[in-house]
Structure formats: structure tokens, C-alpha cells
Design a protein around this ligand. Sequence first.
Ligand SMILES: *Cc1c(COP(=O)(O)O)cnc(C)c1O
Length: 432
Amino acid sequence: MSSWWQRAERAMPGGVSSPVRAFRAVGGAPPVIARAHGAEIVDTDGRSYIDLVGSWGPLILGHAHPAVIEAVTRAARDGLTFGATCRGEVELAERVLARYPFAERVRFVSTGTEAVMSAIRLARGATGRNRIVKFDGCYHGHSDSLLVKAGSGLATFGQPDSAGVPPELAALTEVLALDDEGAAEELFARRGSELACVLIEPLPANSGLLIQRLAFLSKLRELCTRHGALLIFDEVISGFRVAPGGMTELTGITPDLVTLGKILGGGMPAAGYLGRAQLMEQLAPNGPVYQAGTLSGNPLAMAAGIATLDALAAPGTYERLEALGVELETGLVQALKRAAQTAVVARVGSILWLALQRAPAPRAWAGVERGGAKRYGELHRELLARGVWLAPSAFEVAFLSLAHTSAHVACVVSAFEAALAAGATASGAARS
Ligand SMILES: *Cc1c(COP(=O)(O)O)cnc(C)c1O
């Protein structure tokens, strides 16, 4: 354990600024990071790892991409924050709207949490309704209304999923199962006129990778339209990741609002929400829905976002990410087969989830086998010891970046093979 980690634990709750970083789901003391370049991250003991976390999604270009660092450095010389509209905001807004052509306005905020929280306020303000719908297994940040889990039995209204969330507030959030048109139809039949919005990650990537059927997403669009509720696509992970226009582009479904974050800020804190003018103009100062932020549209974050989107616009980037994804998926699947171990890989482009359970890959949280978590902990430790930085939770996905090479992928696969072999020996039996 590094002395840095000991100091971190003494000074900060759990030693972290965000809970999953504490490695509680996998055990062991987390390395404290000193620096990172490209696909590699280096801890305070000088140990280097191939990074498959990518700061949980933003780093599609890899760490410290020269164009991003240059843009941020140049922006910094001209001032860190103005508290007034700046050129960078205009330039990033135009780029975002070009990638989401259905949308006519974007409002910038600093975090994904804030983007979703604000989009919900806008949906409530615009519809005059209070109830919202989310799905079991989707994560939308840590605002009170969304730290809610499914109620028991037939009750769809949610219950607090964190201390400090009032049950009265949680009760306004209905929680449905993914991949279940029937449940959505039933809720709309019962409460359709009370629902302000349906909020979904169109590619749920926070509880494993739960790839949805197009028919299910289309049904949500249809139900929202029929009952006057807004459809919000939370593309904080999928936006710019799976295609320039995210899942909105890939599915061809037009939501009413989209939330963006992570890649939008290119590693700096930036997020946003966007939609048609008639809806977005309900925001203050033009409309009655209030939302504000001292550091919103920060010039450094805007510069990082612009540089990131511009680098992504080079020809062949998404093809390259897909090819890398195929290489990693194929390598992992072959290694599992050789080790006679059961697991399934779910993948969309550069997002990959290794599910330690039988095929087929689940599409709803209920289908995710919790038993995989213990095996994952062993795998995580073995891989970390071999220089591969995997997310410290069985239910988090891996992200590839344009800084990863086929050589990095080959290293990951051979470390994975060695880890499987070591784990099998350690437990004294092949596990299935
Ligand atoms: C990460 C994430 C959020 C929250 O973003 P923060 O910047 O961590 O507040 C919201 N929605 C989705 C889908 C996310 O993956």
C-alpha cells in the first residue's frame, strides 16, 4: 500500500472523491495515480498499466492527447473563467448541434449529474407533470430523484437507494425493467397523463452493457408521444462514443432531449443537454425553468471538448475503434474458450463488458448474475498485477480509445490468459 493511499484515506472519506474508485468491490488498496499518457496510466510507485477505464468514458482519444493539451494550454493563457459567454461555447455548441441535427439549442453545465437533473426539471416544467420514469440498471448521476431503486411487488414507484433521499421524492420516480414493453405499456395505461418524461440510457452501460432491442426503444418513443411525455436519451456515455451522434444517430429514434457529458469535455468537466428550440427556450432567461452555473461553459473545458470532437471527426476513427473492439472481444473469447471458462462478452464499438456468466448476454438488470462479482475480484487483482487497469467492479464496462494499439490489445489478452491460468490454480479447480 502506498503512503499516498494511506494519506488519502486519512484526508478523504474512503480515500476517494467518487466511491467506486475505492476498490471495495474487488478488494485491495487502489494505486494512486501520478500521470497518464496515451493508453497507459502510471501510479505513484512508478508502475505502469494499460488503461481500460479511460476515466470512466471521457478519454476516447486516450490520456493527454497532444491536440487537447495544446488547446487547453492555449485557452488557459487567455483566462480560466469569464462568467460570460465565450467563443469556445459557441464553437462547441455548433459542433454538438451538427452531430445531433434534431436539436436546435444546447445548454452547457459541468457534470452529467447536472445535465440529467436539469433535463428532468425542464421536462417537468414543460409538461406541468411531476412523475418521471427510469429503468432498473440505468445510472444517471447522483441527483436525489435518480438515486432510487425499484419498489417491491407490484409497486413501480421507487424507493430511496441512498440514505438522505426523502421517500416522498423517490415516490415520484417510477422504476421499470429494461427490455420489457409490457411493463412500460402497463405503466402508461395507468399513469400516462402524470408522466413528465421517460429517462433511459439508450445503450445502458452502467450495470454491465445491457444492449437494448430497437423495438423496445421505439416502443418508448411511441408511448411518450401518445401520452405527451418527453423521451430523454441519457447519452453521457454513448454520445460521440458509438457514433458522432451517439445512439440517437444509430437508432434513428428522435428523443425530445439528449444529455451529454464525459467525451463532451474531453477530460475536463463539461456536460450539456439539448433539444428543439421550442423546448429549450423554456429555460431561463427566455422561459420559466431556472438553471444556472458559475463555471458552466468553462473556456478550458470547451477547448478540450472542441479539440476532442475535431480529432474524432478525422476519417476512419470510428472504424478504428470498432476494429480494436473486435480484436479485444475475439481475444478474450478465445482465451476463455482455451481456459474452458464460462463468460460472455457484450460489446458495442469501443465499449466492452466481460460478463462472468453464461450466454446470452443479459438485456435487463434482472438477468445479470451477481455471483460473477467474486470471480471478477480475483480476475481484477490478477490483471492489475500484470499491468492491466480494469474497472474495479464486475458491472462496469471497459473503454478502448484511439490511443490503444493492436499491441496494447494483445498485451491485455495475454495478461487475461495468464490471469485465468493463475486464478484456476489458486482455486484448485476450473470454475464454470
Ligand atoms: C457518468 C454518467 C452520468 C453522470 O455523470 P457525472 O459527470 O459523473 O455526474 C450520467 N449518466 C450516465 C449515463 C453516465 O454514465
